[in-house]
Design a protein around this ligand. Structure first.
Ligand code: CNA
Length: 378
């Protein structure tokens, strides 16, 4: 535990717990070791495909696109000193980020799926968008390390401010002020600004990763402390998976670290596929769709086109399986007529393996019915 070097572990070094340093080996580890205590550490990258920009991506990040707020430093928008002097830029931004405008991503639903399977120990998030709650992850499993838009209060007298009133102000882009008599202090969502303390729940759970049997880090640059040191709290020998566009922090420096670099949604789907959970995950994510018509737009995205292609291949494979099931039954009847022992149990719900066998037998006797299966001349 503690700080660690960010040197990438030599590819030739064997992992100590995993069979290999890839996502299939992690899936096998999860099953073989009956993993029950998964800890996640996430950041803005898991929400970008929902339409919420992260901070630091060079062209698409929030900091690169805050010109309209006319700030000297983009970070000022989350600086408590700056907020006290000029809260307007924050409220202009809050209007864009406010919960209710965005749908959770498949990564949020993946966390929910882990919880459904009784495997989620804790979900540490730096995000303030509340999308994990919206995806159905229970509040007591989430540590919102940098706070969130879920509640708000006066920065002077600390008295909470009503949700509906806050909502109205944010929608109008107006700055809310405390309703307490003689206060008139500025109201701010319970988001942790630079210069403010992190919530007690973060400090109370900070060492929990030491109890994890698997750690998953997604969508964070691991640059903001003390959150950034959470992965190093995991015990040596606890597999850690990074799903992110680029390698960050000390991830990849331990023997049992696995890097899944690239788009997060694709990485999550790959992980789910390795676990045999893909359909379950898609169905769970679909439950978060407020308007199923949106599905058509999602299907038009380049990444989902690949998914559609895969679906089409699966559908065709199932069709071939079904066709071969008929051939099994047909063959059995023919064999029975010829007085030969039956080749199959007669169950027409054939597995792929059975189908492969029946494909071979189709070569022997049914190639006139299924010419595409005839590999050898007769
Ligand atoms: P960051 O520093 O902007 O890093 C995001 C990371 O995610 C980077 O490494 C990106 O390369 C990566 N990334 C972004 N999109 C994708 C993608 N589609 N696929 C793969 N990788 C991707 O954000 P951090 O969370 O590390 O920084 C901590 C800040 C960000 C916290 O204080 C948050 O409050 C703050 N933030 C939160 C939100 C939100 O709530 N959604 C949005 C913007 C910023």
């Amino acid at each position: 535990m503690g700080n660690e070097e960010s040197t990438l572990v030599d590819e030739s070094t064997l992992p100590s717990v995993l069979e290999a340093r890839n996502i299939n080996a992690v899936a096998k580890y999860i099953k073989d070791y009956n993993v029950r205590n998964v800890v996640l550490m996430v950041g803005a990258g898991i929400s970008t495909s929902a339409g919420i920009p992260d901070f630091r991506s060079p062209d698409t990040g929030l900091y690169a696109n805050l010109a309209f707020l006319d700030l000297e430093e983009p970070e000022d928008v989350f600086d408590i000193g700056f907020f006290k002097e000029n809260p307007k830029p924050f409220y202009a931004l809050a209007r864009e980020l406010y919960p209710g405008r965005y749908r959770p991503t498949i990564a949020h639903s993946f966390v929910k799926l882990l919880d459904n399977k009784g495997m989620l120990l804790k979900h540490f998030t730096q995000n303030i968008d509340c999308l994990e709650r919206q995806a159905g992850v229970p509040g007591d499993k989430i540590i919102e390390a940098h706070g969130s838009f879920a509640t708000q209060r006066c920065i002077e007298c600390k008295v909470p401010f009503p949700d509906d009133n806050m909502h109205t102000h944010v929608e109008k882009g107006e700055v809310p002020r405390c309703l307490e008599k003689d206060c008139d202090g500025l109201v701010k969502p319970d988001i942790v600004f630079f210069g403010e303390a992190l919530p007690a729940s973060f400090h109370q759970n900070r060492e929990l990763p030491a109890e994890a049997d698997l750690c998953i880090v997604m969508g964070t640059s691991l640059t903001v402390q003390p959150f950034a040191s959470l992965p190093s709290m995991c015990m040596n020998g606890t597999p850690r998976v990074l799903i992110n566009m680029d390698r960050v922090g000390g991830m990849g420096s331990r023997q049992d670290d696995v890097l899944v670099l690239g788009d997060i949604d694709a990485g999550v789907r790959k992980f789910a596929r390795a676990l045999g959970w893909e359909e379950e995950l898609e169905a769970l994510w679909e439950e978060t769709n407020p308007n199923p018509k949106d599905r058509e737009a999602e299907l038009a995205s380049p990444q989902t086109r690949d998914e559609r292609l895969q679906d089409e291949v699966d559908r065709l494979a199932a069709e071939v399986d079904r066709t071969l099931g008929v051939s099994d039954a047909y063959q059995q009847r023919v064999r029975e007529k010829l007085g030969e022992p039956s080749a199959s149990s007669g169950d027409s719900s054939t597995s792929s393996a059975n189908s492969a066998n029946s494909a071979n037998s189709a070569d022997d006797g049914l190639s006139h019915v299924f010419p595409h299966l005839a590999h050898k001349p007769y």
